[in-house]
Structure formats: C-alpha cells, structure tokens
Design a protein around this ligand. Sequence first.
Ligand SMILES: [Zn+2]
Length: 424
Amino acid sequence: MTQVHEPICGEKTKDLIAKLRACPQVENGITLAREQQQQRIDEQIKLTEVPAPPFHEEQRAKVFAQLLTEAGVPDVHQDKIGNVIGRLEGTGNGPTLVIGAHIDTVFKEGTPIKVTREGTKYFAPGISDDAAGLASLLQVARCITSQKIKTVGDIVFVGTLGEEGNGDLRGCKFLFKTKNDYDGMIAIDSANVHRILRGSVGCKRYRIIFESLGGHSLHKFGIVGSAIHGLARAITKVDELNVPNEPKCTFNFGVINGGTSVNAIAARAEAELDIRSFDQPSLEKFVETVLKTIQDACDEENKRWDFEEENAVKLKIEQIGDRPAGVNKDDASVIQASYGALQSLGIPLEKYTLAATDQNIPLFYGLPATTLGAGGVEANNHSLSEWWNSENAFQGPQIAFLTALTLVGVDGVTQPLLEKQIHS
Ligand SMILES: [Zn+2]
C-alpha cells in the first residue's frame, strides 16, 4: 500500500503570504525578477562557461562569489572546503534560512562548455544543472537587496560544492556539520517550477567483491572455490529476502563483473549494490540485513564444498556511496511556504516527490528542507546535449523569493514561519 502525499498550506501561511504580497517592496521584488530576466540569463551563461568539474569547482566558485557580492550580499567568502557563503542579516533573533544551489557539474575537465543559442533555447553541458539554480539564487538576492527589504530572520546564500555523483553532497555535509545555527534550507536545483520535493530517499552503495585462488575448471573443481559461484549465491540469497514495504526499501545489483575464461574457476567477481529507503533507521536496519546475508552466502558456499581455508572464497565489502534519508511532514514550514508561494503566483504544482539533492543533509539533521525549480524548461541533464529554455524563467526566482520571505518574515510586515531550532 503506498501512501498518497499532498502538500498542505494552512490558513496561517496563506495569511502571511497575503500580507507579504500587500507590501509594495515585496511586489516590486516580484516584478524585478521578470524585468531582470535578461541579466539572469547572461549570468547563467557566464557561470556555465566557467568549468566546474567534479572536485574542481574553484574557478566557478570565484566567479559566483563575485556575482553574489554584486547582487548586494555582504561578507561573501569561502569556507574551509570552498563553499561560497554570504549572509543577509535580519533584525536579530529570527530563524536562519539557508538558500543554496550547487556549483559543481558532472562534466569532466576539458568538456566543451561554450553556450550556443536558438531563440529562447540555450545549449551547453550544465546550462541548467545547476547554472540555472545559481543564476536564480543571484536574482533572489537582488530582489531583496535592491528593495532594501529588511527580513526578521537571516538568509544565508550558499553555492555548494560536490552535490553530484561521487561528490556525495560533500559541500552541504560540511556546511551543516560545522555551522549549527541553520534552521532550514531551500535548494534550487533543476528547472521545473511545478515541482516541490517533500524529501530525500536515503541511499547506501557497496561494491561486493568475492575472491579466490582460481584455477583449472577440471583439475581444481571441488578443491578451489569460485568467486562467481560465491557472488551468484549471495545475489540469489539477497533476492529472496523479505523486503520491508512501509517505509519502502529497495535493493539493486546494478553492475556485475568477473571471471576470465569459460574453463577457469573465477578468481574474482564483483557487483555494485544500491540500497534505498525512505527513512534512515529502516535504511540502516535493512543494510545490516543485506550485508549479513551476503556474508552468510559466502560461508555457505565454502561449507557446501568444504574448502580448505586457503582455497576458500573470500568476501570484501567496500562502501562507495552514502546519502542519508529524510522526509518532511506534509505541513512542514518549508512545504507550506513553497506550496503557498506557488499558489499565490498562480503556478500549478505537478510533482510533489522525493529525490536526492543537497536537501538530504539538513533533512538528515531533522531540519525542514526542500528543493525548488530554477525556472524555464530543461532537458538532457548530465549529458553533452543538455539544453535550457528561458521562457518564463523568472518564475523560478519569484517562487524562491516569496518562499524565503515567508519563512524568515519581513520586519513590520510578517513574523517568520520557519521555526528557530534549539542548537546545541
Ligand atoms: Zn543538480
């Protein structure tokens, strides 16, 4: 039975948003996002054309820091690992909201990243993911600073490192581990403004390696163990596990390699395993079960043939990925503010779903966090044929601007919706 989730926007939130929209500075900010669309596109192109390959985001980080300063955010600096951070202070004593987009791309050093254009369509690897998010972030900053909007809570603007792939969210991990006055986060990632993420699927990944001495398929039969036979037994045994349904857990052996010849007992075989769950304790429990099952399979293989110790198959397990799970309540402050902002701006919600982004980390720490679209339309992300259409792209910064203000409050207009946490 899968549960159906819908976001909630209560009367209190609707009232806060109505008050904000009655404030001329806020309305001017919303108008400005539309008026400055060309500047936003220009900045998006500029950022796209600065390389930011995995683990080497330095160049783009510098350019983003410069643009964030130009957008009026004070004290822009880089933390110890290179995240770009600037803080707009509120009146004091309010909550602190982080609003971020990731600097890194999936493309390796030397990938051609010159942007080409056909009408409103722009082509280049990374033009959308996540140069669109960075450009939208800059626009949100300008909407606030140009109107001299004084917020109650603080807004921390961040360009994060290492969101993609093997970066394993290292920028955001560092950010939330070292700084504990943050009360919530909005990530801007992917273009789609009709999507709000309600949480993150947790994911752990492993390389399962079986090894043995190997040998001739006739002469060593029954004497030396086969890495392939061991691995096959492990996969079969995991395949027969009872998998928890609620919350949903999954496993997948997605890659398998091993052996050298049809007439040789395989000395090595390995598989890559991906395990996911919608909640962290269930994920950890299920991982424990799966890894134990694999160890049992190895023992059974050796027992079945009664191999001598040196001829037995041996098991090694390496962890190759770790993204924590976390899901908001459907009436969490960030969900209410985002959904309310969409409704107020007349933008239909089409997707309310789970995905892995920078939001995983604050959610893991129990903080409300979601991911919003940067605006426009994107396709072919993570490929050389990635493109982005700028039509109505201003909606991205409009939504993030209104959501952020709803969460932190505006001095003399609204109280913050975001709750201040007790930070230890
Ligand atoms: Zn992304």
